[in-house]
Design a protein around this ligand. Structure first.
Ligand code: FMN
Length: 213
């Protein structure tokens, strides 16, 4: 089984995330490829990013500024794939989600693993701008962001009393997205076991140091 981390991007009281997450996490749990863990950022009160080379200490066993940052890096590292559930805040992702991704620092825990996105918002925009931003962020964290997404407009009216989306297209999109995520997770899991290049940032540092010797 591939380890899928479902990461909830909103932390505020009364969040609409609580209507989206049970549905999508339930579908992911039914997918034969995945063992699913939901990572709710409410349970991870990470400090605002403050890491430096000093807080990292030994990069092979980083200390970080606070034990929770180390635990977060370790938990993220267990994942073979990530499914981010994000609302749209000011055309982007919530600050808490960006902070949680930034906090995966020096461990390269997201590296060479696929990421898929579920976006939603209170209006017609459906979180598409948040997803576009998040895909760019994912590239720099060295994830492999996928094309297939789920977007949910008017989130407060989007779900039935039974917890499923009123729009059947959402369920179709979710199935396609999860299949793509499973395919990429398997491919990249195999590739990581086979051989990985050292991170590009490390290779650049080595090349630069060589020039200055
Ligand atoms: C700070 C903030 C900024 C928002 N910005 C946008 C936005 O840019 N576009 C949009 O469609 N909705 C925006 N919204 C509406 C949210 O998408 C909507 O409130 C949604 O329910 C938020 O998800 P949550 O309740 O799970 O936190 C914003 C809401 C907040 C609180």
């Amino acid at each position: 089984m591939l380890n899928l981390k479902v990461i909830i991007g909103s932390t505020r009281p009364g969040r609409a995330a609580d209507t989206v997450v049970p549905w999508i996490a339930g579908l992911a749990e039914k997918h034969p490829a995945f063992a699913v863990e939901v990572l709710d950022l409410r349970d991870w009160p990470l400090p605002f990013f403050t890491e430096t080379f000093q807080t990292i200490g030994d990069p092979r066993n980083p200390t970080y500024s606070d034990p929770i940052v180390k635990h977060w890096n370790q938990r993220v590292a267990e994942g073979d794939a990530y499914l981010f559930i994000t609302p749209e805040y000011n055309h982007s992702v919530p600050g808490a989600l960006k902070n949680a991704i930034d906090s995966v620092f020096a461990s390269f825990a997201f590296r060479n693993k696929p990421a898929a996105f579920v976006g939603y918002s209170g209006g017609i925009a459906a979180g598409v701008r948040a997803i576009e931003h998040l895909a760019h962020i994912a590239i720099e964290a060295e994830m492999v962001p996928l094309r297939s997404t789920v977007i949910i407009p008017m989130v407060n009216a989007a779900f039935d009393h039974d917890g499923g989306p009123k729009d059947p297209e959402a369920t179709t999109a979710a199935g396609i997205m999860l299949d793509d995520l499973a395919w990429w997770a398997a491919v990249l899991h195999g590739a990581r076991q086979d051989k990985q290049l050292p991170p590009a940032a490390m290779r650049k540092m080595t090349a630069t140091a060589g020039r200055h010797r």
